[in-house]
Design a protein. Sequence first.
Length: 384
Amino acid sequence: MSQGKAFDAVVIGAGVFGAWTAWHLAKRKQRVLLLDAYGAAHSRASSGGESRIIRMSYGPDEIYTRWSRNSLAQWKELFAAAGENLFHQTGVLWLAGENDPTLRESVKTLGRCEVKYELMERAELEKRYPQVNFADIAQGLLEPESGALLARRAVACVVQDALRHGVEFVIEHVNQPTGAKALSQITTASGRTISAGQFVFACGAWLGKVFPEILKSRIFPTRQEVFFFGPPSGDARFAPPELPTWLFQADDVYGMPDIENRGLKLARDAHGERVDPDTQSRMASAEGAEWARKYVARRFPAMKDAPIVETRVCQYENTSSGDFLIDRHPELTNVWFAGGGSGHGFKHGPAFGEYLTGQICGEGLAEARFSLASKATQQKRAVH
């Protein structure tokens, strides 16, 4: 990258949102620079880690169902072109109690959006998945065509394809931007000055630190611990196709089957403690491990004495509602906020980048629920 070179757009942050935004901009023949302080989908990022769920059920929130369906098609197309197998069609099984309103609304939405699903009663669940304890569960909603994305490798695949389309990528720390009305350039810690017409800040949990006056009280990074359990020797019941990706709604717990021999994955979807992404410990806590052991023993009895073979600590980057933040800076007209993944955003990377690219190019109406104005300073989660 040459000093002072002008770009059409600079994207700061090479997680799933930034990578796909750069990719879509490049497909529009834009000159794009993608930067990240640590590298694409690095271990401190919300896009890091081995796997993420891609599912279509969002209760009545049809916009996210349609974005998920659109995104899955784009993920598959990218992987096929790259010769990579980074989507595992495990199916996704939602599990809920009697007359659960979210499950009921999801069925309606999936029907409208022509997404395949299967609704099962308790007896059918126990017959099909005898390795699971369905206590307190009345129904299950299976999305047979959904599954798991191999997260960090998937983002790396997006970045590599973006490079083939002309995107430049560098690892640099970007200094806090300053300006009035519009931003003409940014500077980096190494002393580079970078000029562009548009600037996209897709910094995930760091957004509140980059724009403290505007976003510190509107972005809520939380600590989320993830555990992998090793299944019994020679036991295939906890790997696909015997076990799908699963979500116990009332428990606020989700997990995945044993993909690529990493172990049975599980984590709490409930928000953890608020943290600083630069300083939080990345070691799982003893308290979290004890909870995970008890939960596995309860829901998967044959895994009662299974060892924890791997742990991760990442973070959610929550907005007040759980809706994404995709909007202009209120004062700098060529600066865009791109974030608010809120624990469910990874799957939507392709549709997110496509939408933001359209907004930057002046196409399509802005979605009100993605606006900065809709983001409050108190959390009241509405999207799961």
